[in-house]
Design a binder for this molecule. Sequence first.
Ligand code: WT7
Length: 654
Amino acid sequence: MGDRDEVPSDGASNDESSQSPPASFVEQANVDEDLTDTFERTWPECWDRAGELLEWDDPYATVLDDENPPFYRWFPGGTLNASYNCLDRHLESGRKNHAAIRWEGKDGERRTFTYRELYVEVNECAAALRELGVQEDDVVTIYLPMIPELPITMLACARIGAPHSVVFAGLSAAALATRMDAADSEYLLTCDGYYRRGDAFNQKSKADNAVLSVDANVTTVVVDRLGDELPHVLGSNEYDYEALLEAHSQETVEPVSRDADDMLFLMYTSGTTGEPKGVVHSTGGYLAYAAWTARTVLDIKPEDTYWCAADIGWITGHSYIVYGPLALGTTTVMYEGTPDYPDRDRLWEIVERMAVDVFYTAPTAVRAFMKWGKQYPERHDLSSLRLLGSVGEPINPRAWHWYREHVGGGECPIVDTWWQTETGGIAISTVPGVDEMKPGSAGPPLPGIQVDLLDSDATAVDPGETGYLTLERPWPGMAETLYDDDERYVAEYWRQFSDPDAGEWRYASGDAARADEDGYLTILGRVDDVLNIAGHQVSTMELESAIAGVEGIAEAAVVGGSNGGDVYAYVSTEGATDDGDALERRIIEAVETEIGPIARPETVVFTPELPKTRSGKIMRRLLEDVTNDEPLGDTSALRNPEIVGEIQSAVRDQ
Ligand code: WT7
């Protein structure tokens, strides 16, 4: 068993110091028995446990219809409404005055919606959308930042059976137009503008530009977020959100009963290449899985105050800010701002004030907290926290230990949750009241999920070896298809490892991973993020994790030089670097010991920040261009474009 005070040396693999969940956590955990065998024996009926978390209008006949793989139908015959499951039923169970959403604005504005208040506004909004002509199955595009109207409009769409397609507010007009066209969407819900750090952004002008180039004749609803600060004029076919709601004050709308496999929403993946993929999620399977995983992995209870610090514009926010938590009747926190505004303790101030029980964020945020230093969390009493979560990338052991020690008080279990837009919910993670944690490893697949790591001939690889991460069985949260493109769905995710003639179907995640002897999985990242160094395959994530394990390093990105072999490491440090040479030597040493001398970086470039997309992913393609002195491709997705020039001159100085 590991000693939590000892911060071990880092690496891409787990640090071998497995840790049991604290007894105080186990005692109160939603799930405290290992369900793996039960699920194994009773699969697929085991998923009834997820279905049971919902209230159905008509009960489902069976759990799974697998007649036409890979187009699986979960809970066939069942009908339900997602907004009913997230709202109405909690009113009936005596929770009407319990807080559903606690919203925290960027400048300290606060709004709380009880379940009753949320219900009222969602109904008014649903009535307004109907009046505008939205019918069942019409795709409604939502282009809103982190304001309460975002989940409200999502739930209003769900109430009338109109699938929503939320487009992250930071994406461009062109990206919005592509997504609206691809989904034949004729309705757009947006706002005048919003604040980010100190600046007011004009969202409406981006929306206007998009609407101009969209094929359909679009009806737009505008939320007035900025008031006099950003006056706007409504054109024809444009409506003011507030006025619409007033016109439908106190109206209620009967929730539309949807088939379990009717589309609840569509989410375009943030793919950096090719046409965006419109991932389709179902009403029954998706909602059941979001609720079950939120309960099992995030341990959410109705009386909790739960905070997932992601943006609802991505799948994480859909499943674990909106649908999962609200289906469970808990209080979900929604934060509009950034973690460092007005100061770097903003998140911890909120955790303390709201007495947050469960906190879920991304490793990139944890590494930023590390870089800023422990004095920020130390300013606050974080003892309300019971569980911490991580999602989006591997969390390297050093960041894991820092998170546990300085945010989790050395006590909170951490769940490192692996999943994807396409999986709908968490697929690999420890169950926090049951499984031991191994820092650096996401853990075993959840009960009912079967992961196989394969080589390119579809043969299973041995423990310790790297393989393609594939899922052998369907699960309720899985995507149903890509919008209007069944063929591409099969081609992108199923063709590679399936053998249709033998009736064998297997989902290819596109990630590479390695298992240890206990079946704990270390995710190595996208299979295409592999460097070929002198004929050896080295995972970029593995290299980056080794570098980020060095004391003083906040974050690293590695790319290969075009001359075939040289590794360039781009590194940001915690605080100021006084001795770059010594740090560089430690980086090289770490790579040599953790991976091997062949992977030794030729060049180490220190930079205050790495270039990142708005969804927080490091933009390696850009670093490749800089490394190879190529013209820079499209940089419109960058959150911090100002850093590029600095990195370019640092490379030239090498
Ligand atoms: C990709 C999916 C799922 C919500 C956020 C991103 C990477 C996700 C982990 C993790 C290592 C992870 C994978 C995956 N990823 N979680 N715990 N450890 N890698 O959704 O944009 O669809 O991205 O994020 O590479 O394939 P997404």
